[in-house]
Design a protein around this ligand. Structure first.
Ligand code: TNX
Length: 522
């Protein structure tokens, strides 16, 4: 590999040319991974994983778990034993250096040379992200579950890498169509590969209530019994949900649960007549219209209900955030919306959580420390954008999910068989080629907490559907959230993205072969 080829940092990034795989050239140059590392200095000999390679961990149970996770990825394809050990020796070493403040809570350093690869991080999350880099530096065949020929070379040199933003999220709508625990875990594994750190679950909507609430059991037994198109729906028991949270945490993702309020609540209104202003429960809903339902803002029972739901959900949530929706409350008057949000946000805080809501929350009074998730588009009115900007200047953090950029349920083009097009077509370049740092006028850079790619599931039914819409756009969102602006560039990115195709094939991920990306032959 050409030494000195890549410096991702202050200078523009050269286009990474994939290096042909031969007996002694590594498959991927150091800066060839997604998201692009903050800095990569190639040099020296590559490291070769062999039958004798050990994975050395430095003692703490979390580091050992990350070592095991790496071993489980590498063993089937390499066919090597790869013991995870705390004995010193050549090989792959994972080490915590708690004093190394330059790496932050999620950053890592990777040093690769003839005698081994050393991953260093201040905290386990950094080691985990470093493992994803190591994984991507190896040939795509490493992802297969049967023995492959190799060689297993890691390019020589040093990567120092820290994320640009602390919020790198993906949202899955499990309400419009229900997704099982195993399906969610599959998505979590895919998110981990690109260093995402938030899994936002849209747990309730008009079409289904998906999380058990002991004090309001009909929410799930009745309100969870169907979905878009009239299928059987489903819901997570508390044990199921804890398993999702545990699994996500093992991949260093924090689950952000959302209960969408006060609109998008037909499933709750159908389950409990007393939540309706007229005391009459509507039928369950299996269509795809939005904006027709609202909790009854004037009734006290509404706030008892919200209190119970938030209390039980907060107790299941080790993460800091609880999402209260707040979008498309078209059948709630503005005055009622403000009243409702003024009463509900303190409930979230009382149970120890921080509020996040869709950006319509900025039309009410966001609680101190709250986050607003912006899902507008280029054509959103200046007035609405200005409201978000004013809130941001006032201390509300912003997570960017512009619908005409990173809504993964938007069709790629007119021929995309799945998805919607109300925000226009979103091709791969469009989803990648923008800067979260200067996206919304008047929002101070420090107010931008990161990016999140929502996947609404009106038309999405299976994991194959999820993957077809997420890939290849999802890695671009990861890069927007992780990599410095200086590493951003479509021409280089599309080449790195093309190289991921073989990895997805090895992992059994079906993806859209966008004509914008120079995929290799299959
Ligand atoms: C808008 S985005 C919605 C959802 C729909 C989605 C479909 C948002 C906060 N609300 O209810 O599922 O569009 O793209």
């Amino acid at each position: 590999m050409a030494a000195g080829f890549f410096t991702v940092g202050a200078t523009p990034v050269p286009v990474p040319v994939p290096v042909p795989e031969t007996a002694d050239t590594p498959a991927t140059p150091l800066a060839g991974v997604i998201p692009a590392p903050a800095s990569a200095r190639p040099g020296g000999s590559p490291y070769r994983i062999t039958h004798d390679t050990r994975i050395q961990v430095n003692g703490t149970p979390e580091v050992r778990r990350i070592g095991q996770y790496l071993a489980e990825i590498l063993r089937p394809s390499t066919g090597y034993p790869l013991p995870v050990t705390d004995r010193q020796g050549a090989g792959i070493r994972l080490r915590l250096a708690p004093g190394d403040t330059t790496l932050g809570q999620e950053g890592y350093r990777l040093d690769s040379g003839r005698s081994g690869v050393i991953l260093t991080a201040r905290a386990p999350a950094g080691l985990f992200h470093g493992v994803q880099t190591l994984r991507q530096l190896l040939p795509a065949a490493v992802e297969k579950d049967s023995a492959q020929p190799g060689p297993w070379l890691v390019a020589g040199g040093t990567i120092e890498d820290v994320p640009r933003y602390g919020w790198r999220g993906a949202m899955l709508d499990v309400s419009r169509h229900f997704f099982t625990v195993d399906q969610v875990k599959r998505y979590v594994d895919q998110l981990a590969l690109y260093k995402f750190n938030k899994l936002h679950l849209h747990l309730s909507d008009d079409q289904g209530w998906r999380i058990a609430v002991d004090s309001w059991p009909r929410l799930t037994t009745y309100g969870g019994s169907t979905q878009v198109g009239g299928g059987p729906g489903g819901f997570y028991t508390k044990a199921d949900y804890k398993e999702i949270v545990r699994y996500a945490a093992s991949r260093h993702l924090e689950v952000v649960p959302e209960i969408d309020l006060p609109g998008h609540t037909n499933a709750a209104l159908a389950s409990y007549a007393e939540l309706n202003c007229d005391g009459v429960a509507p039928p369950l809903y299996t269509g795809t219209e939005v904006g027709f339902s609202s909790l009854c803002v004037d009734k006290e029972v509404t706030y008892d209900f919200v209190d119970d739901v938030v209390r039980e959900l907060a107790a299941l949530t080790p993460g800091r955030y609880l999402h209260i929706g707040g979008d498309e409350a078209h059948s709630t008057s503005h005055e009622d919306y403000v009243t409702f949000m003024d009463r509900v946000q303190p409930i979230v805080e009382r149970y120890g959580k921080t509020v996040i809501g869709w950006h319509q929350l900025t039309g009410a009074t966001p609680a101190r420390g709250a986050l607003a998730q912006y899902w507008g588009l280029d054509s959103t009115s200046a007035e609405e954008k200005a409201r978000v900007a004013a809130a941001a200047r006032n201390g509300t953090g912003v997570v960017l999910s512009p619908a005409d950029r990173i809504y993964l349920d938007m069709k790629y083009d007119k021929d995309t068989p799945l998805g919607l097009d109300w925000a226009g077509y979103v091709d791969v370049r469009r989803s990648y080629d923008w800067d979260p740092g200067d996206y919304l006028e008047g929002v101070p850079a420090a107010a931008v907490r990161g990016v999140e790619a929502p996947l609404w599931t009106e038309t999405i039914v299976t994991s194959a559907d999820v993957e077809y819409m997420a890939f290849p756009r999802l890695p671009g969102v990861a890069e927007l959230g992780w990599s410095p602006v200086s590493a951003h560039g479509w021409e280089g990115y599309r080449v790195r993205l093309a190289a991921q195709g073989a990895r997805w094939e090895a992992l059994g991920i079906g993806y859209f072969r966008s004509p914008q990306v120079p995929w290799g032959a299959r």
